[in-house]
Design a protein around this ligand. Structure first.
Ligand code: FPP
Length: 251
């Protein structure tokens, strides 16, 4: 079984179920997104003591633009308020914020807050907090391919090995591959999230709606992860053999 030291884990979370959480309570969907902020705060605070060094949260997918404009605006407003209110706490906690995804469609006030928080927390070393906004894994892979294709030498274009190494570097050099992917809200799909980086991730799906997700749910997902055998395509490690059994092993 793989080492379970849990000292440099990359955990990614698809924060799903905000809308249903609100609807079940007779509230507008945006109330679920607002309540989701408290869950974000909880996981950010409890991640480092659990050995999580990189935490990637899916806040807004590129497909979420298809939602009503008022809901999109509310989500951006809520993320902006979170950054404004939490920037100092993140800095003191030693968290480094990085927003991944497209930036050219993000409204200017949110973009300014993102840039301000990223630079204020740039020295953080205890947690690399990545928030995915206007994010599409397919687009991020395609963008890495486009960057590779624009560079000499030409062989890079035709060698799958070079292209693979280039994409892996572009997508994982700073944050590593995902060890554990959690999706709340009961659905079991990846929704165009970190498709390259989750190639060997363990997946945990929970029915808990995101606003209810707390540190015990995070610890329980990690407990589940710790019982998985991560083989990365290899066969299980051979049991340690005694000397006597070694001597008569002819095949
Ligand atoms: C998915 O639930 C959730 C989102 C699209 C938005 C996530 C945003 C937050 C949790 C706000 C706070 C985020 C940060 C980073 C501060 P859904 O609306 O699809 O839920 P449903 O499946 O029940 O409809």
């Amino acid at each position: 079984m793989q080492s379970k030291s849990n000292s440099r884990l990359h955990v990614a979370i698809i924060m799903d179920g905000n809308g249903r959480w609100a609807t079940q309570r007779g509230l507008p969907r945006v109330a679920g997104h607002r309540a989701g902020v408290a869950a974000v705060r909880r996981v950010v605070e409890h991640a480092p003591p659990l050995g999580i060094r990189v935490l990637t949260l899916y806040a807004f997918s590129s497909d979420n633009w298809a939602r009503p404009a008022s809901e999109v605006q509310s989500i951006f407003w809520i993320i902006r308020a979170f950054l404004r209110l939490e920037c100092e706490r993140l800095r003191q906690q030693g968290a480094r914020l990085e927003v991944i995804g497209r930036r050219d469609r993000i409204p200017a006030p949110l973009l300014r807050e993102i840039e301000r928080t990223e630079s204020a927390t740039a020295a953080g070393r205890s947690l690399h907090l990545r928030i995915a906004i206007d994010y599409s894994a397919q687009m991020s892979i395609a963008a890495a391919v486009a960057t590779a294709a624009a560079q000499p030498p030409r062989e890079q274009l035709i060698s799958p090995d070079h292209m693979r190494a280039f994409i892996a570097h572009a997508l994982t050099a700073d944050s590593g591959n995902v060890d554990l992917l959690i999706r709340t809200g009961g659905e079991q799909r990846l929704s165009d999230f970190l498709l390259w980086e989750t190639a060997y991730a363990e997946l945990v799906f929970t029915h808990r709606m995101w606003p209810d997700f707390d540190e015990s749910d995070l610890a329980s997902a990690l407990g589940d992860f710790n019982h998985r055998e991560r083989r990365f395509g290899a066969i299980p490690a051979a049991p340690v053999q005694s000397e006597s059994s070694n001597t008569d092993s002819a095949q």
